[in-house]
Ligand binder design. Structure first.
Ligand SMILES: [Zn+2]
Length: 373
């Protein structure tokens, strides 16, 4: 691919070059049971642009510094807490609850000697924004950079947590509907905030204006917002101009999850969009590929999202909204769409499913759960 400069930047945002703008000016409170570990972490954070790091050695001092920041600090932006200062899982959850009661807007990254699913669950229950291994400094810096832009989920008594933001990228109108229409409907129903980004008007397959209207209606049926760009159908590139166009929507929607075409695809536009999206979304923690009708046998799905009858009906209705294409495309045949979903259902616990090939899932528990049927 030609956008070498994009590829060179660290995927996890851990290089000083990358993280500095993100962390620049941040004021951070850090607790660790060991002074040497604390000062190594503080030094690495400062190297990455954090303006002030105040370290403490106990949970009590952590809470106290939360209540009364030193005179040079107006307020904390982020806190890092060593779970070894707490007790068992319930203590961990309770301690985080205490922190957030006192500092509702200050996200906590938890460091842990040996993060386990059980530990991560306890941290999630306590609304920690992340859990990283205690001596993984690059991991800590990446987590802190991400936390800078997160607000911890509100407690059950407050307003609801920020909905999950999902961005689904396709080269042409109807690509997203065919590959992930059921998933979009399912997640929209669950309250996710979903944006479909279509990079061309599909002029090669009909009147671009009509296809634009159809795409809008289809997005509505699935419960998503539509952003439509105007790249040339058939000759979409994976170079920096495409990357920048995708980055625009990424910056605007701040996705937690991105779905896109797979690289194992015979259509050059689909492959280009896959590659450009990988670059544009290099800091998005979760990315997976849906199946296009032009996917090759090298497409290897490893997650299967179970769909209900109504998810499948919404998918079919969204595809029908692309009326200009009906009849002229073999892959829009309803019988084929239905039986494909039924076939993938075999790998889920639901009657129907859509497959995903997970490229990245940087969540302690694994975000793309096997089945939601
Ligand atoms: Zn397409």
């Amino acid at each position: 691919m030609s956008s070498q400069s994009f590829q060179d930047s660290d995927d996890r945002g851990t290089s000083a070059h990358d993280a500095r703008p993100v962390l620049s000016g941040a004021r951070l409170l850090l607790a660790d049971r060991d002074e040497r570990t604390a000062s190594a972490a503080a030094e690495a954070l400062r190297d990455n642009g954090v303006a002030q790091v105040h370290t403490v050695g106990s949970s009590a001092a952590f809470l106290e510094a939360g209540r009364r920041p030193p005179s040079t600090v107006r307020a904390w932006d982020i806190a890092v807490w060593d779970s070894g200062l707490g007790g068992d899982d319930d203590d961990l959850t309770a301690f985080l609850g205490e922190w957030y009661a006192q500092n509702p807007g200050v996200p906590v990254v938890v460091t842990d000697e040996a993060p386990s699913t059980r530990r991560a669950l306890a941290a999630l229950r306590g609304r920690a924004v992340d859990m990283v291994e205690r001596d993984d400094l690059p991991g800590l810096i990446a987590a802190v950079s991400r936390a800078r832009h997160q607000t911890p989920a509100s407690p059950a008594t407050g307003p609801g947590p920020k909905p999950v933001s999902m961005l689904v990228v396709g080269a042409h109108p109807d690509d997203v509907e065919i590959g992930a229409g059921g998933i979009v409907h399912l997640r929209a129903d669950e309250g996710w905030d979903i944006t479909v980004l279509t990079l061309s008007h599909g002029g090669g397959g009909g009147d671009p204006e009509r296809r634009g209207d159809e795409a809008l209606r289809a997005a509505e049926v699935m419960g998503a917002r539509l952003v439509m760009e105007d790249l040339p159908d058939g000759s979409i590139t994976d170079d920096s101009s495409t990357v920048r166009i995708i980055e625009r929507t990424v910056a605007e929607t701040r996705p937690d999850v991105v779905l896109v075409h797979s690289d194992s695809d015979t259509h050059q536009d689909h492959r280009a969009v896959h590659r450009a999206t990988l670059v544009a979304c290099r800091r998005v923690p979760r990315l997976a590929c849906y199946q296009s009708p032009s996917a090759t046998v090298s497409y290897h799905p490893n997650r299967f999202v179970g769909l209900s009858e109504s998810d499948l009906e919404a998918k079919l209705a969204a595809i029908k909204a692309h009326g200009s294409q009906a009849g002229s495309r073999w892959y829009l045949d309803e019988d084929l769409l239905r039986s494909t979903a039924r076939y993938w259902g075999r790998f889920s616990q639901a009657r129907y499913a859509e497959p995903l090939e997970v490229i990245r899932d940087a969540t302690p528990l694994g975000f793309f759960a096997g089945d939601h049927g």
